[in-house]
Design a protein around this ligand. Structure first.
Ligand code: ADP
Length: 259
């Protein structure tokens, strides 16, 4: 059921009508494609945690009643797995909801210094063992064309990752605000484990996680950065990364300034 656009070059209303029809069909096709991808991603990614759960419940059923060690371990592992599935579902729904922001809405206005300041404060509350530096180089109050909720969500994804991927002896994060003519530029720098060159191009793909073995210890779904990429795209901004393995990473977000 391939969609073939109707080609009419009569130069009149009929051509116009055909073009409108083609646009509509293309949009519908893209939408269906997205939905299909979403469903197949969800089923694929939930298969592993479900298999793990299945295994533990079987263990519990067979040995758990008599063996307190298995009981404790398998119960805890099952609970962890359920939490993971919950988080993954929430993130996938967040991703699906991110389509189609109305860019002309007046609610798309973030006072970036204010939101960053708040994020830094929250961060410090949650991670007392981290040192976070807010390097605000904006001279005037500056506003970006993105909803404060989404901007805050973007910061949170980056800050959470900085925490997750920093070893115990290098718990430092810098969040920096600058601007150029058109964009507000936010960067988050950590001194964490860094990212291998060959992984960089995959970072923003759904479910991608570098170095699976190492990552198994660190909870995560591989969805945070795809949400970030979608945010950047939807608000006509950009996200970039520069990183050195074993040294640390900088993620840079750009969102259009409100003039
Ligand atoms: P998650 O953190 O849930 O795995 P993300 O989409 O946020 O998913 O990140 C994808 C992958 O990118 C991570 O699994 C990790 O391998 C890598 N990554 C992200 N942020 C950092 C960082 N600050 N330092 C090192 N690696 C990172």
């Amino acid at each position: 059921n391939e969609f073939e656009p109707i080609l009419i070059t009569s130069g009149d209303e009929i051509e116009e009508l055909a073009n409108v029809y083609n646009d509509m069909m293309q949009k519908m096709k893209d939408y269906l494609e997205q939905q299909k991808r979403f469903v197949s991603d969800v089923s694929h990614e939930l298969r592993t945690p479900l298999a793990v759960l299945d295994g533990h419940i079987n263990l519990l059923n067979r040995w758990g009643k008599n063996d307190p060690e298995i009981l404790d371990e398998s119960l805890q592992a099952s609970l962890d797995e359920v939490q993971r599935m919950k988080k993954m579902l929430e993130e996938m729904l967040a991703l699906a909801r991110l389509e189609n922001v109305d860019l002309s809405s007046s609610e798309l206005d973030s006072d970036v210094s204010k939101v960053c300041q708040q994020a830094v404060k929250n961060f410090q509350l949650l991670h007392e063992d981290f040192e976070i530096l807010f390097d605000n180089q904006l001279v005037y109050p500056t506003h970006a064309r993105i909803s404060e909720n989404h901007y805050e969500q973007g910061l949170r994804i980056l800050l959470d990752n900085a925490v997750k991927y920093s070893p115990d002896d290098r718990k430092n994060v810098v969040i920096k605000l600058t601007e150029d003519e058109d964009y507000v530029i936010t960067s988050v720098t950590d001194q964490g484990i860094g990212i291998a060159k060959e992984d960089i191009e995959h970072l923003f793909e759904r479910f991608f996680r570098a170095d699976k073995a190492r990552n198994r210890e660190i909870g995560g779904t591989g969805l945070g950065l795809s949400i970030l990429a979608r945010l950047a795209e939807n608000y006509q901004g950009a996200v970039e990364v520069s990183s050195e393995l074993g040294k640390g990473s900088t993620f840079t977000l750009r969102f259009p300034k409100i003039m």
